[in-house]
Ligand binder design. Structure first.
Ligand code: ADP
Length: 394
């Protein structure tokens, strides 16, 4: 019987999953899918590695399946689907591992309690990440579960890069820059030597441009700085998040608009970024296709902030050997990549327009001093690899 590893990414309204099977010492995708609309109109779909639909189900408008019902349905599907496999373990994406968890960790009730302490640091994600872990620890304690964190990869940042200029007591209490999207950056760092061994050993800036967006500076494959800070709202403007903002704006909104923490949270996480500026959409495709002046302002602002943050991270590295684009926008939008590369000409980036239009992987000209790449990320595979390693060590 072959071993399989289940990867779970539980969010506020959806649970995404992937199953990886052992195949000649490698992990190969077996199937993947999701249940979305957990509290509104739940819908389940699963596909095999080639994209062929294996199963689907809709519960209809107004049905509240919740995480509990979704885990039960997934369990049922997977028991049938994995009849020929042994479920070796489950790897979970968990947004916050605080300063303590610098590596993935095997879960037990004690570790779960420790991770619950980070809920205030990521209130919109952490409780949902932990919900299926808790259910499975209660109902199937014999199943090995592993937590893989979005923050761990950045724990190699020098102390100075993790500090805010606030009183030291707050830093010691955990108010510091953590950084996120770590599983994506770790995956890119793991494959970069196959594309550009010299840059992988040197200084690279990776742009993870998805719905959430951040940029990370890598030195020899280790994270030394990133644009996200205490929470995943810092840094670049994103689909609906504002990115870096003068904290004085928040004080003003409290004093002059009577907004409380929850109202500000909604504003900066859900109503800002590309959506807020354009008033049209959080989806980059829609904005690039739109003739509306506000769509142009949103895209221009997005690119302007990338230009500045890229320079800032190149300065943190003291120079640059390569830039890598990844995630939904980074992997798929030749237009955004072309504009970021044009903005980075001063750093020594010379694009290869034809290669960029084709999607890469190398998108810089042969004579470019700094190489540029478009590389698909694979956070799920990174979680599966981590889970396999923790299982082997336990
Ligand atoms: P998430 O952070 O939710 O995982 P993704 O990495 O899937 O997000 O990225 C989603 C974003 O990618 C959306 O803004 C979408 O518009 C954008 N995107 C996907 N394909 C394209 C494309 N061809 N051109 C521009 N943007 C794209």
């Amino acid at each position: 019987m072959r071993d399989a590893i289940l990867v779970v990414n539980a969010g506020s309204s959806s649970i995404k999953f992937s199953v990886f099977a052992e195949s000649d010492g490698e992990l190969a995708l077996h199937c993947r899918g999701q249940i979305e609309g957990l509290f509104t109109a739940p819908r389940f779909v699963a596909r095999d590695a080639g994209g062929t639909r294996l199963a689907e189900k809709s519960w209809g408008e107004g049905h509240r399946l919740g995480h509990d019902g979704a885990v039960a349905h997934l369990g049922e599907f997977l028991r049938a689907q994995l009849a020929d496999f042994r479920l070796a373990g489950i790897g979970h994406r968990v947004v916050h591992g605080g300063a303590e968890y610098t590596q993935p960790v095997k879960l037990d009730p004690g570790v779960l309690a420790a991770l619950e302490k980070f809920v205030p640091l990521a209130p919109l994600h952490q409780p949902h990440n932990l919900a299926p872990i808790r259910l499975l620890l209660e109902r199937q304690p014999e199943v090995v579960q592993v937590a893989c964190f979005d923050t761990s990869f950045h724990r190699t940042n020098p102390d100075i890069a993790q500090r805010f200029a606030l009183p030291a007591e707050l830093h010691d209490a955990g108010v510091r820059r953590y950084g996120f999207h770590g599983l994506s950056y770790e995956y890119i760092a793991s494959v970069l030597p196959d594309y550009d061994a010299q840059a992988a050993a040197g200084r690279t800036v990776v742009l993870h441009l998805g719905n959430g967006a951040s940029i990370c500076a890598l030195e020899g494959g280790r994270s030394v700085a990133s644009t996200m800070g205490f929470t995943a709202v810092d840094g670049l403007p994103m689909g609906t998040r504002c990115g870096a903002i003068d904290p004085g704006v928040l004080l003003y909104l409290m004093d002059e608009r009577g907004m409380d923490a929850r109202a500000i949270e909604k504003l900066i996480y859900q109503q800002s970024g590309l959506l807020g500026v354009s008033g049209i959409s959080s989806d980059m495709r829609t904005l690039l296709a739109s003739q509306a002046p506000s769509a142009k302002i949103a895209v221009d602002l997005y690119l302007y902030r990338i230009r500045r943050e890229l320079g800032s991270l190149a300065a943190a590295l003291g120079g640059l050997d390569a830039i890598v684009f990844t995630a939904g926008i980074g992997e798929n939008s030749a237009e955004i990549r072309a504009r970021v590369m044009a903005d980075a000409a001063w750093l020594g980036v010379k694009p290869n327009a034809r290669a960029n239009a084709k999607g890469g992987p190398r998108i810089s000209a042969a004579r470019s001093r700094i190489s540029a790449w478009a590389i698909a990320t694979n956070e799920e595979l990174m979680i599966a690899r981590h889970t396999r390693r923790v299982l082997a060590a336990s």
